[in-house]
Ligand binder design. Structure first.
Ligand SMILES: [Zn+2]
Length: 420
């Protein structure tokens, strides 16, 4: 059972350890089960050595060795004896989430948001650093400064020797290379390689909407959900797809490019070369541009005042605020945005049959109205049966959600980092 879960789960792990060909051999099964000891303790919260041996099929002696290591680090504590099932009552081990910590960083515009989370992905420290120079070198140097700050603050504590990164653009998760990030004009940046060489930290890199999805899975409002899609709306639009509790990345880790699905066949030209892509219609810039256009025909909108009577200064956030205040023009703009977004999201509902769709990113998480309007539009388009299973909500994780998800990239490997 444990093996099945593992085999479906972490292709990266399989690749690195090359166990695919050897799977089924007893020693490999044991190796796999050993790496899941921490996961089991975390899930059970309180567990005995005997239970661990039973669940993993490992010998009592192996379990004792692994537990000794966890006791030394402080990941578990002995909390007395449980109920006897015949012999001596077993000693119970309690999981201590604040015994080890993981670092995550998320890049958006020209800022890094960075967090240190505990083993439950609860934030224990957060910082934001401005990237002075828009270049891969500038971004990496700023990141290294953040790493120094956080590692010195957590000196003396068990900070896992790794970092997770959520970055813009198409990322090859296996090599940790940003293949192309149109937003910032980067291509072929081997972030993982550079950072590992310069800091010695094991580095995990994923696109920022993928880490956003991981944050919702680990730390979002809905516990126990295994199939969810997180949609980040900001300067671009992208989706992070979680299937059966794991990130769905696709063949070359580019799954989820929702911003580039075609909504209007002959619509505005997109930097990707296609026309009528979703993010040409519903991104930060697209909504602001639409507002400026419509304001010419509407002199009564609150948007005039909000932008200090300078329509050229209007941003999407003015539109969201005016909509909250009941401004008709702003509401009509959000209605139109929800219409476009609704086409894409209804397709996702029909294709993936998720239980939860979470709107996040700077725009997505700032407007309850946009989420409600989107839910309305999706209701009109998606098929009734998958629709009956899905809920559409706004992310409640705030501006550090991407950094939390990036720390999850590390937490997913906590077993290996602790037992290595
Ligand atoms: Zn496009």
């Amino acid at each position: 059972m444990l093996l099945t879960k593992y085999y479906n789960a972490d292709t990266l792990y399989l690749k690195e350890y090359n166990v695919k060909q050897r799977i089924g051999q007893p020693e490999i099964l044991k190796e796999i089960n050993r790496t899941h000891v921490l996961d089991i303790i975390k899930r059970e919260r309180v567990v005995s050595r005997a239970q661990l041996a039973r669940i993993t099929s490992l010998s009592r002696a192996t379990i004792s060795l692994l537990v000794d290591k966890l006791l030394t680090i402080g990941v578990v504590e002995e909390i007395g004896r449980g109920e006897s099932s015949g012999g001596r009552p077993p000693v119970l081990l309690k999981f201590i989430p604040d015994s080890a910590f993981a670092m995550g960083a998320h890049m958006y515009d020209s800022d890094w948001s960075m967090v240190v989370t505990n083993l439950d992905a609860v934030v224990r420290r957060s910082i934001t650093l401005h990237i002075e120079q828009n270049s891969p070198r500038g971004a990496i140097d700023t990141l290294k400064r953040g790493i120094e700050i956080l590692t010195s603050e957590f000196s003396g504590k068990m900070l896992l020797p790794a970092i997770g990164l959520g970055t813009p653009g198409l990322v090859d998760i296996h090599t940790g290379t940003i293949k192309s990030a149109v937003d910032v004009g980067w291509a072929e940046v081997p972030v993982k390689k550079i950072l590992e060489e310069e800091t010695g930290l094991k580095t995990f890199v994923a696109n920022r909407s993928k880490v956003g999805a991981l944050a919702e899975l680990w730390y979002g409002a809905r516990e126990g959900i295994k199939d969810l899609i997180y949609i980040s709306i900001g300067t671009g639009i992208a989706a992070g797809i979680i299937h059966q509790g794991k990130l769905y990345i696709g063949t070359n880790s580019s799954a989820g490019e929702l911003g580039h699905v075609t909504i209007i066949p002959d619509g505005p030209l997109c930097p990707c070369g296609n026309r009528g892509c979703l993010q040409q219609l519903v991104s930060e810039q697209a909504i602001a541009t639409r507002a400026r256009q419509l304001l010419r025909e509407n002199s009564r909108s609150r948007l005039h005042k909000l932008a200090g009577n300078h329509p050229e200064m209007i941003t999407v956030y003015h539109v969201l605020k005016a909509a909250d205040e009941g401004d008709e023009l702003a509401l009509s703009i959000l209605d139109e945005s929800a219409e476009y977004l609704g086409i894409a999201v209804a397709n996702l509902v029909n294709l993936f049959n998720p239980e939860l769709i979470v709107l996040g990113g700077p725009v997505g998480q700032s407007s309850r109205i946009l989420t409600d309007k989107l839910a309305e539009k999706v209701r009109l388009r998606a098929m009734a049966y998958p629709l009956s299973a899905v809920q559409i909500v706004t992310s409640s994780l705030g501006s550090y959600s991407g950094a939390i998800g990036a720390s999850v990239l590390v937490l997913q490997q906590a077993n290996r980092l602790i037992f290595q």
